[in-house]
Design a protein around this ligand. Structure first.
Ligand SMILES: C[S@@+](CC[C@H](N)C(=O)[O-])C[C@H]1O[C@@H](n2cnc3c(N)ncnc32)[C@H](O)[C@@H]1O
Length: 278
């Protein structure tokens, strides 16, 4: 999605936005534009990027908690793409560092991951929307270096979960993490470089918020799925769109309808919303 399409499709200048949030967002954008290496080389600039992102998140939760969950007007509202790239670089680096710490023995459990509690709550919300049959075949798309969502899915299912990622390095990292934690019988990492593959065997499919483009992923699912498969697609709303790029709208849904949802809102320290599609 381009900055221009975000500007035309997503900005709704209604109430005044939270001034504290706007001031910090302006500061963050200036820092990211001055020092693009924070995004392009997040591994070597992680301390600065981490500090900015954690402060940005805190201001989003505070603004939403006070009811001022409104995207500010230009110019900052037109820079969502910059914040989204920074958040993607941050979360990917956070996962990579955590997997390295697990492999080296510096941390002992995936429960020590910074976002563990947030993902635990997310999966609880998602599983409150689905019917679980015996031994369902499950797929997680966009599992990343640390497949935390798939690990948590395993707690709800008695079958193994296939974890797909387009990035071969992410799959290699997750494989070594699975080896380190002896999770082979629960998670199966699969590299898929191409967007077209059959999902006909799956009863339950969850699509990560950072897996893109959503339209291509959902078109492939629409073409190849089992008719009664349950599909959860993640998205974001309100100021949380400064963190994660949301679904663009009906055009991304590839003909699916939304039958249920769990929305992260208010001052809760949750960032991801989930849509159950049919
Ligand atoms: C950083 S992870 C975040 C997910 C998180 N680990 C979880 O368990 O919820 C996002 C991953 O999505 C992958 N990805 C992006 N687009 C994708 C696509 N179209 N299909 C599969 N994986 C994709 C990226 O390569 C990245 O590794």
């Amino acid at each position: 999605m381009t900055a221009a399409s975000i500007a035309s499709a997503r900005i709704e200048p209604t109430e005044a936005a939270c001034p504290q949030f706007v001031a910090f967002a302006r500061y963050t954008a200036a820092r990211l534009l001055e020092q693009p290496e924070m995004i392009s080389d997040a591994g070597n600039h992680f301390a600065q990027l981490n500090d900015l992102i954690l402060q940005l998140e805190a201001r989003i939760f505070a603004a939403c908690g006070s009811g001022r969950d409104t995207i500010p007007e230009e110019p900052i509202g037109n820079l969502l793409w910059l914040f989204n790239r920074a958040y993607l670089a941050w979360e990917t680096e956070l996962e990579t560092r955590f997997v390295m710490a697990l492999e080296s023995g510096a941390v002992a459990s995936y429960r020590e991951y910074l976002l563990y509690e947030r993902f635990r709550r997310l999966l609880a919300r998602e599983f409150s929307m689905v019917r679980i049959s015996a031994a369902p075949k499950a797929l997680f798309i966009g599992s990343g270096p640390l497949p935390i969502s798939a690990i948590l899915m395993a707690g709800y299912l008695d079958s193994a979960i296939d974890c797909v990622d387009i990035n071969v390095d992410a799959i290699a990292r997750s494989q070594s993490m699975i080896d380190a934690l002896a999770l082979h019988d629960r998670l199966r990492p699969i590299h898929r470089a191409e967007p077209a593959y059959s999902v006909a065997q799956y009863d339950l499919i969850i699509i990560a918020l950072l897996a893109k483009p959503k339209r291509v992923i959902l078109e492939n699912i629409a073409r190849t799925r089992k008719p009664d498969a349950q599909i959860i697609c993640r998205t974001s709303y309100g100021l949380r769109r400064f963190l994660y790029e949301p679904l663009a709208g009906r055009e991304d849904l590839a003909g699916f309808s939304i039958v249920d949802s769990r929305v992260a809102s208010g001052g809760d320290e949750d960032t991801i919303s989930s849509l159950l599609l049919r």
